[in-house]
Every structure is written in structure tokens, then in C-alpha cells.
Design a protein around this ligand. Structure first.
Ligand code: ASP
Ligand code: MG
Length: 413
């Protein structure tokens, strides 16, 4: 007997038939004797539809009202799923985020969860009911409805699993696990049996959009075992977990992630004085623009060039801000490029291996691909290249690191 928190995403509840299929699955777990808390997303396309509706009224809707609006999608699916469960003789109750006291801060449209009161859910579970909770939403201390950012139902699920000390948080989605890279780009991409939180975090933040990044952070922090599986086919999926010491030899590289959603901005000829990086980046962060890779080159004349990447849809804002900064700091020029892509190799095994970056650069050079920016962390090497060569780069790296080969189980266990 285990307690599972299961999250079903938008495609998994995209039609009444699919909602019925989810109900079947959940009933199966109940019949096997498990306790289940289900978190659902809105039916696929619904959140976009709601956002679009608001756009027909005003260009910049009030964030508070936006949350009232976009949280409705999930309220539809919890009710429908509960009805489908009842129809199968499975006792269930649906709840909005506020009803199960998912308390968040007041940052509308990207609120953070502060606290969850598991009491009501536990009482239902004890009474033999399935608890069905609307993902993506909560309530602030003043009783306002909040939402957790796009894809936020994943975070709801992990947070509930942490609060209820669930045995596993299972994210049911339209893919059957986490792959070595996007199978649409590389035919031989392979499903991973397991991956560490750290690797998943890098993969997710680098654009493998299976899970909301925040949900992985949360799971890592509270040690919630997280499993990604398909709603549509049986299988073990991929378990995201702590590093496993019983696996003697971790693969050096576990996966290749990529991201086409970034743009590059450059400010050249900035006087090289203490505080110049701050002067450039603070206005950007004050505008809530996420900065990713940063490089700074010092030139000969005590001036420095500064290049960084931002989300592509913030490109224009970033350039506008930099133009202003540039005249304030007496810099030379501001330029940018949206035709870039970032490709990264990720693996905890890098910690104990040398020459990993060299293999990467060799593979790219072998294809004649120019590297524009490089960044590394303990378990990742990222490069920015011309977007045109993205797929070629991913394929070259996938084979250079032999990711099509099954995982070695690393000798004695
Ligand atoms: N419905 C929300 C969205 O599309 C939340 C989610 O699906 O996780 O972003
Ligand atoms: Mg999602």
C-alpha cells in the first residue's frame, strides 16, 4: 500500500474520453489498495484559449484578474474527472487549490507555494476517497486566487507529494519518459531508466520541456521521488531521483538538451570599472528578464564587451533597456541576434571524467559548426551556435557520446 500523487497533463485530459481513461487508471490503483491524490491540468489548449480571450479585451490585463481567469481551466477538469471516478464506483472529491489551502505568495501569474495544509486531503484519503486537486493554482494570504506559472501543475503535484509525504509523485504525460535527447531530432534517442534531480534540472532548464523546472527543484529539495510516465502506454517511465551509489559507473553524459528560445545581446566598449556588470544586468533583472549565459571580454583599452542571452520573447525589451544603459555608461554599441540556439551536454559523470568538453568541441568542429559562446557547470557544458546547425549539432553529440547505447549497469550491484 503506497500513497501516490499522480499528475495528468493537458493532453491526458484533453477530451472526455481521455478523462474517462484517466479515471480507469486511477481506479486501478485504488483497487490495488493504493491511496491516490490526483492533480490535473486544464484540457489541452484551454489555458492558451483563456489567455487569448483576455487579449481580446485588453493588451495588459490585470494579473489578479488573469489568475481568476486562467485558473478556471483546471476547475473544469477536476469536476469532470471526479464524475468519471464516481461513475466507476470510486469515491472521489475534487478541490480547487484554495480549498486544500495551497498558500502562495502574491506574485500573480507566477506565484510560489509557501505552505500546504494536508489535513483535509488526509481525512479524505483515510475515508477511502481519491482526492482530485486542481493543478497550477493556489491562494495568497488575502484570499486572492493565484497561479504558479505555465506548466505549474507539475509543481502542484510535487508540492502535494512533499506535504503528504507520498511514496512517489508520478507525472503522466504524452511522452513515456525522459530521453537522451528529443527523439524528433535523433531517431536513436533512448529513454533513460533514471536520471538525477540535478541532471533533470539542467535538462529541464535547458529546454527539455517535459516538466516545469520548479517542480524538479522542489522534488530535489524535499527528496520526492519523481517519475515521468506515459498516460497512453504502460511502462516504467523515468525515475528522477538522488544519485544512486549502487550504480558504480554513471554515464559521463546522460543527455543532450537544446533550446531555441533564447536570443543573444551584446553591449561593447563598456568602461571596465567595478560595478559595470551590475550596471548592465540590474536594469535587466529589474525588468524581470531572465539572463542565462553571460560572457565578458576585457579589451585592451580598459573597455569590456558583454554578451548574454535572454528569452527570445524578451529580446526587444532587453535591447531597449541596453540602449538606455549604453548611453548612461558611455558604452560603444548594442547589438543582438535572435537566430541562435543553445546546445548542452549534461551528466553527473562529468564530475569524475576529464576531456568531456574536448569530445564535444571535436564533434562540433567535425561538422564545421562554429561556437559563439561557451558556459560550463560541474555537470554541464553549453554552447551557443547558429540556429541553422542545431539539429546537426545534437545528432553529432548524441553519437559522439554514444548515447544510443543502452546504459551500462556498471558491474556488481
Ligand atoms: N494549465 C496550465 C498551463 O497550461 C498549467 C499546466 O498545465 O500545468 O500552463
Ligand atoms: Mg505541462
Amino acid at each position: 500500500m503506497a500513497l501516490y500523487v499522480q499528475k495528468y497533463g493537458g493532453t491526458s485530459v484533453g477530451t472526455p474520453e481521455r478523462i474517462e481513461a484517466v479515471a480507469e487508471k486511477v481506479c486501478g490503483f485504488r483497487k490495488a489498495g493504493h491511496d491516490v491524490v490526483v492533480v490535473v491540468s486544464a484540457m489541452s489548449g484551454e489555458t492558451n484559449r483563456l489567455i487569448d480571450l483576455a487579449g481580446h479585451i485588453v493588451d495588459e490585463p490585470s494579473p489578479r484578474e488573469m489568475d481568476v481567469l486562467i485558473s478556471t481551466g483546471e476547475q473544469v477538469t477536476i469536476a469532470l474527472l471526479s464524475m468519471a471516478l464516481h461513475k466507476r464506483g470510486c469515491e472521489a472529491r475534487s478541490y480547487t487549490g484554495a480549498q486544500v489551502k495551497i498558500l502562495t505568495d502574491s506574485t500573480h501569474t507566477k506565484a510560489r507555494i509557501r505552505q500546504i495544509d494536508g489535513e483535509r486531503m488526509r481525512a479524505d484519503l483515510d475515508a477511502g476517497r481519491v482526492v482530485v486537486v486542481a493543478g497550477f493554482q493556489g491562494m495568497d494570504e488575502h484570499g486572492n486566487i493565484t497561479t504558479l506559472g505555465r506548466g505549474g501543475s507539475d509543481t502542484t503535484a510535487v508540492a502535494l507529494a512533499a506535504a503528504l509525504k507520498a511514496d512517489e509523485c508520478q507525472i503522466y504525460t504524452d511522452v513515456d519518459g525522459v530521453y537522451t535527447t528529443d527523439p524528433r531530432v535523433v531517431d536513436s534517442a533512448r529513454r533513460l531508466e533514471r536520471i538525477t534531480f540535478e541532471e533533470m534540472l539542467e535538462m529541464a532548464s535547458l529546454g527539455s520541456k517535459i516538466l516545469q523546472i520548479r517542480s524538479v527543484e522542489f522534488a530535489g529539495k524535499y527528496h520526492v521521488p519523481l517519475r515521468v510516465l506515459s498516460s497512453f502506454q504502460d511502462g516504467e517511465g523515468t525515475l528522477i531521483t538522488l544519485e544512486d551509489d549502487s550504480v558504480m559507473e554513471q554515464p559521463v553524459v546522460s543527455g543532450i538538451a537544446f533550446n531555441r528560445d533564447e536570443a543573444k545581446v551584446t553591449i561593447t566598449g563598456v568602461p571596465d570599472t567595478p560595478g559595470s556588470a551590475l550596471g548592465i544586468l540590474k536594469p535587466i533583472s529589474d525588468a524581470n528578464i531572465d539572463v542565462d549565459m553571460i560572457i565578458q571580454n576585457v579589451g585592451a583599452d580598459n573597455r569590456t564587451d558583454f554578451t548574454f542571452t535572454v528569452p527570445r520573447n524578451d529580446f526587444k525589451r532587453a535591447i531597449d533597456i541596453l540602449e538606455r544603459t549604453s548611453s548612461q555608461l558611455g558604452a560603444r554599441e548594442v547589438s543582438g541576434d535572435t537566430g541562435i540556439a543553445k546546445v548542452s551536454i549534461v551528466g553527473v559523470g562529468m564530475r569524475s571524467h576529464t576531456g568531456v568538453a574536448t569530445t564535444m568541441f571535436e564533434a562540433l568542429a567535425g561538422e564545421g559548426i562554429n561556437i559563439q559562446m561557451i558556459a560550463t557547470s560541474e555537470i554541464k557544458v553549453s554552447v551557443v551556435i547558429d540556429e541553422k546547425y542545431l539539429e546537426l549539432a545534437v545528432r553529432a553529440l548524441h553519437s559522439a557520446f554514444e548515447l544510443h547505447q543502452p546504459e551500462r549497469d556498471g558491474g556488481d550491484k
